[in-house]
Structures are given as C-alpha cells and as structure tokens.
Design a binder for this molecule. Structure first.
Ligand SMILES: Nc1ncnc2c1ncn2[C@@H]1O[C@H](COP(=O)(O)OP(=O)(O)OP(=O)(O)O)[C@@H](O)[C@H]1O
Length: 473
C-alpha cells in the first residue's frame, strides 16, 4: 500500500504543485491550509508522514511540531522552509523533526527525504513487530536462574531494569547469554517498547563502520546516492548493544567514545550534529582491563562503558541451571519439531550436569535440539547426545597429537555409527574456540572461515530450528 502524506502549507500555489507531484509518485496526499487545520486532520486521521511548512500565519510549523511531540503521535515530520536557515534547521532537529528541506522547484530533495521517511517507517514498524514478539520471550520471570550464580545475576538484572539510561557492560565467555541479558534489561525496562538494535562490531568492515552506525548524507562517498539513516538513529528512544566491542580497532573506538559522551551524532559527509536519545550497552568476551593495559582498548572508553559491569558466569559455574535450561530448550524444540518429548531422563540429566560446556548455553541449546531430532520416544536418554559427552573425561575433541612437534596439528576421531559430520564440525568449532580463549575472530582465522561465517555456524542451527514450520518430517 502506498504511504499517506499530510501536507500542511498555507501558500496555495506551492500546496497544489507539491500535492500534484507527490500524487504522481504514488503517494496518497491530503492537504491542510494552516497548522490549526493540520492539527485537526492529524487527530482525526493520522497520516504516515507529515510535510509541514515552518512559516505560516497564526500557529507556525514549529508550534505544531511541539504539539505533536507532546502528544503520543509518532510520525516522521519533514519541515519545509523557503529560507532554509541553519537556525531553523537546528531548532527543527532539536524538536525531533525527521528532516528539514528547502522548498525548491525541482523537488528532488523533497522526494529523497520522503522516500527516506518511508524506509524509516518500514524499519521502525518491523522493529515494533519484533519488539512485541520479543518482549514476552525476554521477560524477567522467564530468566532461568536456579543456581546461586544465576540467581545473583538475575538479582543484579532486576535491580537495573528500571534505570534505562545507565550504560551497562556485559562480560562473559562466548554463548553465556550476554545478548540475552541485554535483551532482558531492555524489554523489561521503561523503554521496552522502543527498538533494540544489536551492532556486531567485528562483522562490520572498518571503512563502513561510521556510515552504518551514524548514517550518511547524499554524495558523501561514491555510491552514496541518497541520505541514509544509521543504526544508532534507528534505535531512537531504545537501546544499542555494541557486541564484541573489545574487538573494535582503536580509531573506531575514538568515534564511538565521542557519540557516547556527547549523545549527538553527525552523519558521514556533513550536516549538523543532532541529539540522539539511546542507551548504550556493550558486550565482550575479553577482559577489557587487560586490553586497556596492553594498549588495545581506550581507557576513556572503558570508563564510559564500565558504569555498571555485569559478569555473566560460564555454564560450568551454574550447574544448577543446566537441567532447567535444557528442559526449556527441550520444550521449545519439541514444539518446533512437533514431537511429544516430555522430559529428560535422570541419566540424561546426570550426563549434562557432568559436562563442562565450553560453548556454554548456546552449546547446551544446540545439543538438546539435536537430541530432540534424534529421539523417537517420550524422553531424552544419554544415547541421544554425542558420544564425547558420555566419555568419562569429557575430553573436548578433536585433540592435539601428543608426539606431534607441531602444536597446530589436531586429531579428529570419528566413531562410525555414533558420530555425525555435524557433530564433528560442532566439536571442532568448540575446541578451536576454547583454544582461542573464546576469541571468535582468532577462532575463525584458525578455521579458515570469516568471522561472519563462524557466527552463522554458531547461531544458524538454532535459528533454523526456531523458524516456524521447520518440521523435518
Ligand atoms: N538465562 C537464560 N535463559 C534462557 N535462555 C538463555 C539464557 N541465557 C542465554 N540463553 C540462550 O542461550 C543462547 C546464547 O545466548 P547469547 O547469544 O545471548 O550468548 P552470548 O554470550 O551473547 O554469545 P556470543 O558471545 O557468542 O555472542 C541464546 O539462544 C539465548 O537465548
């Protein structure tokens, strides 16, 4: 369906010309001749986008914008001005206008701004859809925390949810639930209905980092054919999670620091800086204090992020949570795969409680999903899990060959009839990750794949299993 636009403009010639040209482009345009008339139209039938002249007799465009901001109307407003002064532009941005466009006969700038607003609307509707879907999934009551370490983490999270402006640093090994905790904090807080945007720092190429995060202006580099909104702006009112921030190169750390300190952003290629109202969270598997000492992480950024630090314990230190978590994953997977598996047998529980989980909760979730797939009865037994979990020493496989002088050589045992290709891949990845100290970038290098491909392998199986209608039968 085409987007609807309300055009509020007192000059008849401009109003009619703009309305005609926008209708020709497929927009549904209605008009109002004054801000007062516009206000009535907004209340009776709110449009997708508002085009608003600034200077009008009586109530001005900026007055109307103030009224809109004070109400619960949430629509992008593009201000039109004949003069295009910097003072008006700054005031417009301060009041939360989406854009500021000089009235011009060729209208190219206005068309570009309207199509940006349409893209922004589509993205924020998508974010709202996910927000409503996700908020139940990440409710504080559903957070599994039966072990003492888990309960202490949940208490800390519960104490923080109401304070939705404090910067939080989440530190923990891979797969411990850093992103999960960040979402619990976001969705249970006062801004839980606003967007949650995750930025996977190492996955964004350095040269694109600034434009992805802060957006860019038309013509700021080859290929920048129009203005683009960045991820930080998209999170307005909500949260930006900077994932694996410890892997960010120093020059980019400086750029982030400025935004976190000043709470303003400037799009690449110019334009006035404008305020953003977002909460920053950061996650890392690294010890940032050590990284600071080694000169790999800026001390000033560390102190900005380290307002509150949550240390997410590894699963081996939360043994009491293993079975409840496994049961949660069992029910989810059984639903997805439409199987009537009801429980974990006592022997399977014992097996899981004795395993060290180098890949933490994500590894547990993957193991249970696979077990559910292989199970044809009503309960999961030890036999549904890979054999290396059942070996007494839980030696992570593959292993280094003792006599081989080259420590890079690994041995990959494969028991026919018991192991699977998937299982070998999973163990190889878990082993290389453990050998890389949980550093996914180094692990990906050791495996000869990109960091992105490694993430896909770690997360992909899970997403595939969660997607509706994914029934292997
Ligand atoms: N307390 C919990 N209750 C239920 N599920 C959880 C909990 N903690 C984590 N999970 C699940 O475990 C999986 C891994 O968690 P998550 O992706 O948050 O880990 P991470 O530490 O951010 O990983 P990485 O370092 O690899 O980015 C996710 O599927 C998440 O939903």
């Amino acid at each position: 369906m085409s987007s609807s636009i309300l055009l509020v403009e007192d000059e008849p010639l401009i109003r009619e010309a703009f309305a005609l040209r926008l209708s020709e482009r497929g927009y549904q345009v209605t008009t109002a001749t004054s801000a007062e008339e516009g206000l009535v139209a907004l209340r009776t039938s709110p449009p997708d986008i508002l085009l608003l002249d600034i200077v009008m007799p009586g109530m001005s465009g900026l007055d109307l914008l103030r009224e809109i901001r004070a109400s619960d109307l949430d629509i992008p407003v593009i201000l039109l001005t004949a003069r295009g002064t910097v003072k008006d532009a700054v005031e417009a941005m301060r009041l939360g206008a989406f854009d500021f466009v000089a009235k011009n006969i060729d209208m190219d700038e206005l068309f570009l701004s309207v199509s940006n607003a349409v893209r922004f609307l589509a993205l924020s509707r998508e974010a709202r859809y996910w927000t409503s879907r996700e908020s139940g999934r990440y409710s504080l009551d559903r957070m599994i925390a039966e072990s003492p370490a888990g309960a202490s983490l949940r208490d800390q999270v519960a104490g923080l949810v109401e304070n939705d402006r404090v910067t939080v640093l989440l530190q923990g090994e891979t797969g411990t639930g850093k992103e999960y905790v960040a979402k619990v904090l976001h969705y249970n807080g006062p801004s839980g209905d606003r967007p949650f945007i995750e930025v996977d720092c190492p996955a964004i190429p350095s040269e694109l980092f600034e434009s992805e995060l802060f957006g860019y202006e038309k013509g700021s580099f080859t290929g920048a054919t129009g203005r683009r909104i960045g991820l930080v702006e998209l999170a307005e009112g909500g949260t930006v999670l900077l994932d694996e921030i410890g892997d960010l190169p120093l020059p980019l750390q400086a750029k982030l620091l400025r935004v976190i300190e000043e709470r303003t952003i400037r799009r690449v290629g110019g334009g006035a800086p404008f305020p953003v109202n977002v909460r920053f969270m950061a996650a890392t598997h690294r010890d940032l204090r050590v990284a600071v000492k080694e000169g790999r992480f800026r001390e000033d950024l560390f102190y900005r992020l380290n307002v509150v630090t949550l240390a997410i314990p590894p699963l081996r230190e939360r043994v009491g949570d293993i079975v409840p978590l496994a049961e949660r994953f069992l029910h989810l997977s059984a639903q997805t795969f439409r199987k009537k598996i009801l429980r974990l047998s006592p022997a399977a529980q014992k097996l899981l409680k004795g395993y060290s989980f180098p890949g933490n909760i994500r590894e547990l979730s993957n193991l249970v999903e696979r077990a559910v797939l292989f199970c044809s009865g009503t309960q999961l037994e030890p036999g549904h899990f890979p054999s290396d979990l059942r070996s007494p020493a839980h030696e992570p496989l593959p292993v280094a060959i003792p006599d081989d002088p080259d420590p890079r050589t690994l041995l990959l045992p494969f028991r026919m009839g018991e192991d699977t290709l998937d299982g070998v891949e999973r163990r190889l990845i878990a082993d290389i990750l453990a050998r890389s100290g949980g550093n996914k970038t180094r692990a990906a290098q050791a495996l000869g794949i990109s960091r992105w491909a490694l993430d896909r392998r770690l997360k992909g199986d899970q997403e595939e299993a969660e997607s509706p209608g994914n029934d292997p039968s």
